[in-house]
Design a protein around this ligand. Structure first.
Ligand code: GDP
Length: 311
């Protein structure tokens, strides 16, 4: 069975157009940031239940396109967040590398790309801002390939697909000389080249806690990719601590990305990225949530505080 889910992160140096690109992809899927702003402003007057649904404000988004859910996990670009970047790279199955067609790759491009390549992810390269008068997409294409070589990319990673376009003007093409139409060529590339998540819908529920978010009503929310089965409100779950001890609890609430917000959800199935509130004190990154008491912890590699410099 194929999963119509894609989980990706966007790597970009600040100002190269990550936010604008996400907005364009959301629009292609029918979500507009303007509408979201109105919704958020409207929150003051909303009743409590409604408010509860969008208390977790994340920059993470989901684009719904042609029956696919494309989860975009936000990635900090700065070296101070090295451990967080590594956890994001473990959760996603691919990355979009956004590079300004004038300026070429910069320090943050290099820093996050290094982590993505080390994790074995194959990037899709997006040469953005080709509308700029001094843009030189072909030169930047070569600079990106040089960077791949410099960072010891594998042959497969080196053969990354490229897209060229303008997030501001809303078009991407397979070649800089193609006709400028819309974002469809890029969305097609995402669905084609980013592998579907490796997850087993038939297995019992399991999830590695990859991040912790906070919700005013339910407290700590464990965020991760569902590696097996599914999870929904009311399910019994067991948290496996790092020392192997297990804590039984019940899912109080689940959150998934939808458009620009993280919202209350019906639940989440294999391959998706979910936030689970289960009322477990101190639930933490690196612990495993499972759906049956006899299951084992998922492997977690402890990441030291950042040591990599931006240079
Ligand atoms: P981020 O820091 O990577 O999230 O970058 P933003 O999406 O905020 O974009 C930074 C600036 O570049 C903004 O002023 C955008 O309007 C502009 N920008 C983004 N994409 C394009 C593009 O395709 N062409 C041009 N000319 N400007 C762009």
């Amino acid at each position: 069975m194929s999963l119509k889910i894609r989980n990706l992160a966007i790597i970009a140096h600040v100002d190269h157009g990550k936010t604008t690109l996400v907005d364009q992809l959301l629009q292609a899927g029918g979500t507009y940031r303007e509408n979201q702003a109105v919704q958020e402003r409207a929150m003051d007057s909303m009743d409590l239940e409604r408010e509860k649904g969008i208390t977790i404000k994340a920059k993470n988004t989901a684009v719904h396109w042609e029956g696919y859910t494309i989860n975009i996990v936000d990635t900090p670009g700065h070296a101070d967040f090295g451990a967080e970047v590594e956890r994001v790279m473990k959760m996603v199955d691919g990355v979009l590398l956004v590079v300004d067609a004038f300026g070429g790759p910069q320090a943050q491009t290099r820093f996050v790309l290094r982590k993505a390549l080390a994790e074995g992810l194959k990037p899709i390269v997006v040469i953005n801002k080709i509308d700029r008068p001094l843009a030189d997409p072909k030169k930047v294409h070569d600079q990106v390939l040089e960077l791949f070589l410099d960072l010891d990319a594998t042959e497969d990673q080196f053969n990354a697909p490229f897209a060229y376009g303008s997030a501001r003007d809303g078009y991407f093409m397979d070649s800089p000389d193609d006709e400028k139409v819309d974002c469809t060529p890029l969305l097609k590339k995402i669905v084609k080249y980013i592998p579907e998540p490796k997850a087993d819908p038939e297995a019992p529920f399991s999830m590695l806690v990859s991040n912790i978010e906070w919700d005013n009503f339910v407290g700590r929310v464990a965020v991760g990719k569902v590696l097996g089965g599914s999870v929904k409100k009311g399910d019994d779950v067991w948290l496996i601590r790092k020392d192997g001890s297990k804590v039984k609890s019940k899912v109080m609430k689940t959150f998934t990305y939808s458009g620009l917000a993280t919202t209350d959800s019906e639940g989440c199935s294999a391959g998706g990225i979910v936030g689970v509130a289960a009322g477990i004190d101190g639930i933490d990154i690196g612990e495993t949530l499972v759906g049956s008491p006899d299951m084992e912890a998922l492997p977690f590699v402890e990441i030291d505080p950042p040591t990599v410099s931006m240079q």
